[in-house]
Design a protein. Structure first.
Length: 368
């Protein structure tokens, strides 16, 4: 299907490149950080959807993985992963698939409503259940200081078919922070909120085995995660421009870039077009609340780890990327996406590289 390609210069564009050395350093860095903080790492594989990367995370000590979809869960279960948490509220129409996974592996599900508890109990099958808690992000999850949270925990723990795994949250609000100090504060507020709720539940006679939380930004700045048992960052494997802007990482830690070609250029309007639009970079606006916002950044080919000056990704349409700046038609550029998780989901495979050499092609497993 793909001819032998020994160099990135042989690749058709747009192409998703994965720098192997940077990836491996990122994986080691987060594994070390979790050990230092005394928490288990359960990485979220939705970022990369790639078995080879998941195996690398497991080799470095990951205590299971996290997925967003049942398709991801099946792919990784088929690859030998035996401890998987589906960090998305269980869906009525997919419960049969969840049952099949629970019969194969140690499979955790998340719930935040009494209806979801009823659904799980109606199957008559054992499930490992996390109570999803909103610790400040404002997305899914029970409100942390309500009686509903206490009652749901009691119901899960009392159900003979269900194993209460504990409390699970996501510090996604760290993505809206304006400073590293605010990111650190959010990480510790999540820890404190989960710990306080756990104590209220324990006071009612229900054991809370685990506290699971975190995000890549919060894990970059947290200093003390006492009481937490595991964290679930995902983006750290690849990083992206959003993480750079949040100061979670440096530009030279971004492992995934999109290789694109200049297909049109006009000096009179100081505008160029690349063949990487929203279906390569995603339409995520990134950290629009922070300086330097755009639709991704172009790397300087002559200065590794630096942004190309006088050229800015301004807007995207489906296949076109509009660059403010005049670049020669036929030249190639590497673009750091705003959101690597969404950019990865635009491609079927990573081209694994070291420098300009293409070492391998790793499949990206996309599906619901």
């Amino acid at each position: 299907m793909f001819p032998a390609m020994n160099s990135i210069h042989d690749l058709p564009t747009p192409a998703l490149l994965l720098d192997l050395d940077i990836l491996e350093a990122n994986l080691r860095g987060m594994a070390d950080r979790c050990r230092d903080l005394g928490v288990r790492l359960r990485p979220h594989v939705k970022t990369h959807k790639c078995v080879e990367i998941g195996l690398g995370q497991r080799e470095l000590g990951a205590a299971g993985i996290t997925v967003s979809t049942l398709f991801e869960a099946r792919v990784f279960a088929d690859a030998g992963f035996e401890d998987i948490t589906w960090a998305f509220p269980i869906v009525n129409s997919r419960v049969t698939e969840a049952v099949e996974l629970a019969e194969r592996i140690r499979f955790g599900v998340t719930i935040d409503s009494p209806e979801a508890v009823d659904l799980l109990q109606s199957t008559g099958r054992p499930f490992r259940v996390w109570l999803k808690v909103d610790a400040g992000y404002g997305r899914a999850g029970v409100t942390i200081d309500t009686d509903e949270a206490l009652q749901l925990a009691d119901r899960i723990a009392a159900a003979p078919e269900l194993e209460f795994a504990g409390l699970l949250s996501h510090s996604g609000n760290a993505y809206h922070a304006t400073s590293p100090a605010q990111v650190e504060r959010i990480a510790h507020e999540e820890r404190d909120a989960l710990s306080a709720l756990a104590e209220r539940i324990r006071a009612r006679g229900t054991e809370v085995p685990g506290l699971s939380g975190g995000s890549t930004p919060s894990m970059s700045k947290a200093r003390d995660l006492s009481g937490m048992t595991e964290v679930r960052p995902g983006n750290y494997a690849l990083y992206d421009w959003t993480q750079v802007a949040l100061q979670s990482c440096s530009l030279d830690q971004c492992a995934a870039t999109i290789l694109a070609s200049i297909v049109s250029s006009h000096s009179d309007s100081r505008r160029s077009v690349v063949d990487a639009g929203a279906l390569a970079l995603s339409a995520d606006p990134g950290p629009a609340h922070l300086p330097g916002a755009g639709m991704g950044v172009l790397l300087d080919p002559d200065r590794p780890g630096h942004i190309l000056q006088n050229a800015r990704m301004r807007t995207l349409s489906q296949e076109h990327g509009i660059v403010d700046g005049t670049l020669p038609v036929g030249d190639r550029v590497r673009i750091v996406p705003n959101h690597s998780c969404l950019a990865v989901a635009c491609f079927d495979a990573f081209f694994v590289t070291r420098g300009e050499e293409v070492l391998d092609r790793w499949t990206i497993h996309r599906g619901r």
